[in-house]
Design a binder for this molecule. Structure first.
Ligand SMILES: [Zn+2]
Length: 538
């Protein structure tokens, strides 16, 4: 069976997604990561459409890719013009990309009503363009835009349109479900007919191979891609995280593991497959989009277990509630601690955090009841690993506070129309030492963060690497108006770790302080373990 070729279009179709913008430099960084994981084709952009994409191809020329072949995207020649004089085709050739991908029209409705040319002229545009790019010595991928819709309306013409590209020597014919409305069984039927048709077309340069390009408007982009592979497509177009116009493109972070692990159609190496989660995170970070927790395979929740029965089962036999081993895609099993928590969740979690329970006369049953009490008060430990670890340490007398708070004071000033300013003073002790510091901030929490950081900085220089990345406030009991309790969640990170902490109080500053103090405690305890050579948990 043919190897499946992964053709990534995150940098072109992916950037059609709402709120997605990459600079040329960011595109290059992503291209390197795609190459590193073993993607076969990296579509960098449309050089004829904007200067940023042109610049990307300039930058990329200086880069040695391991195996990823760079593709430039463009359209067929303009109607009534000559290929040699077409600006768009000139930009494609000038990109120096070894692979050129051009799209043309398969749907007669688009030909006659949108670009308003004759059906014959459209066929000539396709064959002229493909032949011209082949003559330039490049590998040519032909994207048959709206192929499936076109086929449903006028099958003969849709087939003729790909026939024009096949006859002119295209290396790959990629059938596109541009509007994302095709169903898997329709797609399989149409692909089979396209293959039969193509076998009858005369050409000089070997057999044509088929590819698939789907969009997710019916939630079927991945399913359609998998069906296409099952029906003989050998090139798969998609984007990392499924980013793309409207509902997105086919998500390569699902397709790649399905091909490798479930269909026995390996497309990247087992070693590289383990980089999938980190690739997904890298692209969402670069796009500045919050990663989707429930994204299959690579999401934070993809292998998270909450119910007590599930947890005791996976502790015995993971396959009981997991469709695959999360480590294969670089993800991990997580056990959530919540008010559904049973004894086994807590035991599992403690092990994961590197803590031994019970050694100090506490049993996990007692710990479960403490957690349940706190959760009734509004704490939610399944989203606050950092605070949960500190809590477990406290409940088992293993907590060694790196600092103690003596007092803090926060003032907020509002002067006329000026924005508020906040000042905080923090008094702490570390061992026998005391420290008082004051700092300003954009708001009370940032002022507290700055003051605490300054105070601790004298004792712990490593804190420089740590920063707060997210701050969320939720009113827990909305019926009591301003007397209601609030829950504050803080997410922090350093170079290697990401951790969350929580605070609950009627007072938003108090709740913020709890979460903030836990975040620093977590970081400092972690540093201490690393220094003393203990296993770094978390
Ligand atoms: Zn597309």
């Amino acid at each position: 069976m043919d190897n499946i070729l992964i053709y990534d279009t995150t940098l072109r179709d992916g950037t059609q997604g709402e709120n997605i913008n990459f600079s040329a430099e960011e595109k290059l960084k992503i291209a390197r990561r795609l190459d590193d994981i073993g993607v076969h084709y990296i579509e960098g952009g449309w050089p004829g459409s904007n200067p940023r994409d042109m610049r990307f191809f300039e930058l990329a020329q200086g880069v040695e890719f391991k195996q990823g072949r760079l593709a430039a995207f463009g359209s067929t020649r303009k109607a009534g013009s000559h290929v040699e004089e077409d600006e768009n085709l000139k930009a494609l050739i000038d990109s120096n990309a070894p692979v050129l991908t051009v799209f043309g029209k398969s749907w007669d409705l688009h030909v006659e009503q949108i670009i308003e040319v004759s059906l014959d002229e459209n066929l000539a545009m396709i064959s002229d363009t493909v032949a011209f790019l082949k003559q330039a010595g490049r590998e040519v991928v032909y994207d048959a835009e709206h192929f499936f819709d076109g086929f449903q309306h006028n099958p003969d013409y849709a087939l003729e349109s790909i026939g024009a590209a096949i006859g002119a020597g295209a290396d790959y014919i990629v059938l596109c479900d541009t509007n994302g409305g095709t169903l898997p069984y329709e797609l399989e039927r149409i692909l089979a007919q396209a293959k039969t048709y193509s076998a009858g077309i005369e050409r000089h340069s070997g057999d044509v191979r088929f590819g698939i390009h789907t969009h997710n408007d019916s939630g079927l982009a991945v399913a359609n891609t998998i069906c296409a592979v099952n029906s003989g497509a050998v090139m798969v177009h998609g984007t990392v995280n499924g980013y793309g116009e409207r509902c997105g493109n086919a998500d390569l972070t699902s397709i790649i593991p399905i091909l490798c692990l479930k269909m026995d159609r390996p497309c990247i190496s087992t070693e590289n497959l383990k980089k999938l989660k980190s690739l997904s995170r890298f692209v969402s970070e670069t796009a500045n989009l919050v990663p989707l927790n429930n994204r299959p395979f690579v999401g934070k929740s993809a292998f998270a277990h909450k119910g007590g029965i599930h947890v005791s089962a996976i502790m015995k036999v993971p396959v009981a509630y997991e469709h695959m081993d999360p480590l294969l895609v670089g993800n991990e099993r997580r056990v959530l601690v919540s008010d559904l928590a049973g004894k086994s969740n807590v035991e599992y979690k403690a092990k994961e955090l590197g803590l031994s329970l019970g050694s100090n006369g506490y049993d996990s049953r007692r710990i479960v009841s403490e957690i349940k009490k706190l959760e009734q008060d509004g704490y939610q430990f399944d989203v606050a690993d950092g605070s949960f670890k500190i809590l477990l340490e406290k409940l088992t007398d293993q907590f060694d506070p790196p600092f103690d708070l003596e007092s803090f004071r926060v003032t907020i000033e509002k002067d006329g129309d000026q924005p508020c300013t906040a000042h905080a003073t923090v008094k702490i002790s570390v061992g026998d030492g005391h420290e008082i510091t004051a700092a300003e901030g954009y708001g009370p929490v940032s002022a507290l963060d700055n003051a605490l950081r300054k105070a601790l900085g004298r004792f712990f220089p490593d804190l420089d690497t740590m920063r707060l990345v997210d701050f969320k406030v939720r009113v827990i009991d909305g019926t009591r108006g301003t007397d209601a309790k609030v829950r504050v969640l803080i997410e922090s990170r350093d170079q290697d770790h990401l951790w969350s902490t929580i605070g609950v109080s009627e007072d938003i500053i108090e709740a913020s302080w709890q979460a903030l103090a836990d975040s620093f405690r977590y970081k400092l305890a972690h540093e201490k373990r690393v220094r003393s050579g203990q296993h770094p948990a978390g």
